[in-house]
Design a protein around this ligand. Structure first.
Ligand SMILES: [Mg+2]
Length: 324
């Protein structure tokens, strides 16, 4: 088996788990390339030569991993997402077992699911157009403000930084959103309008029910409230009802579609998979890129389809090191 591990050493808390994973992945006769990303890495360059490998492992935070996944779209190389970031939301949405040895085994077994990504386009203040891929959520308004506020505390506080930031900003600005979903126009007042490939956030909470990354659609989520406490209340309800199916999400409205345009009167911050990419945009466009990536899934994942396909690398249960 020939594998390449692309690791961002600056992601998360600097854990050594990726080396434990590598040790479990590599068996006698295998070849493994370990690539540590430079701080100024370019995603296309980092994955430029992966086509000859049996598997490509992406290790980093959500921003790193989804950027690399986008660069890997339509390449046909099986990709394993390894959780090395602060929140690891994409990994949580895939739902694989998190132990390094279990993930290494999933790579050797080699079952994959074909999933969608999102692509978002916006213009910055100087009128220059930008395009980025995403695998979680992107959009404008309160959520982006929250990410920006949480950023300085992320390393020290981890996920709690997001909740602290939400409490510190109790009255976010209300905007008039014009939302066009596959040609149908809607007008909504709210504090945030996001598009989602995946909608599970911190604490295993599903913001909207049944959001999947294999249905060829993006979910559009509007938060129609002006009080952050009202946003947090459904989040805390989420602790007892993580799917959102039994009590609903009274302050959220959701649409589904393939092509989405969102406009506001005033410039609002824009976030792409947890990174604030602009402090003020008045329009963004998003579209789904259906079935563009093959990701490794194990039997814990809701994307795993039961099959009798034998393990791709037959010695999947054997662990090379440590040995007596
Ligand atoms: Mg979807």
């Amino acid at each position: 088996m020939r594998s390449v591990i692309i690791h961002n050493p600056l992601s998360g808390f600097g854990s050594d788990a990726i080396f434990e994973f590598e040790r479990a992945l590599v068996h006698a006769g295998d070849e493994c390339t370990f690539r540590a990303l430079a701080p100024d890495f370019v995603a296309d360059g980092a994955v430029g030569d992966v086509d000859g490998f049996d598997i490509c492992v992406l290790s980093g935070g959500d921003g790193t991993v989804t950027g690399l996944l986008y660069a890997l779209r339509n390449r046909g190389v099986p990709v394993c997402v390894f959780p090395s970031g602060t929140a690891n939301l994409l990994f949580a949405n895939i739902g694989n077992a998190p132990e390094p040895a279990a993930l290494a085994r999933a790579c050797r077994v080699g079952h994959t699911a074909t999933v969608d990504l999102g692509e978002i386009v916006w213009k910055d203040e100087s009128g220059m157009e930008h395009v980025k891929g995403f695998g979680l959520m992107s959009g404008t308004g309160f959520d982006a403000q929250l990410m920006e506020a949480a950023l300085p505390n992320k390393a020290a506080m981890g996920q709690a930084a997001y909740f602290a930031a939400a409490f510190a900003n109790p009255r976010p600005a209300v905007e008039e959103f014009t939302i066009v979903v596959d040609g149908q126009e809607y007008h909504r007042r709210g504090i945030s309008c996001m598009v989602a490939d995946n909608a599970m956030i911190q604490g295993d909470i599903q913001i909207v029910p049944d959001c999947r990354m294999d249905d060829g659609l993006l979910d559009v989520i509007v938060i129609e409230t002006q009080d952050a406490a009202q946003v947090l209340r459904p989040l805390f309800f989420g602790i007892v009802d993580k799917t959102g199916k039994s009590i609903g999400r009274p302050h959220l409205e959701a649409f589904r579609g393939r092509e989405i345009t969102v406009r506001t009167e005033n410039p609002v911050p824009l976030e792409v998979d947890g990174d604030v990419v602009s402090s003020g945009v008045t329009e963004y466009r998003a579209r789904v890129l259906p079935s563009v990536c093959d990701i490794v899934v194990d039997s814990m994942s809701s994307y795993h389809s039961s099959s009798d396909v034998p393990a791709r690398f037959a010695d999947a249960d054997e662990i090379a090191f440590p040995k007596e």
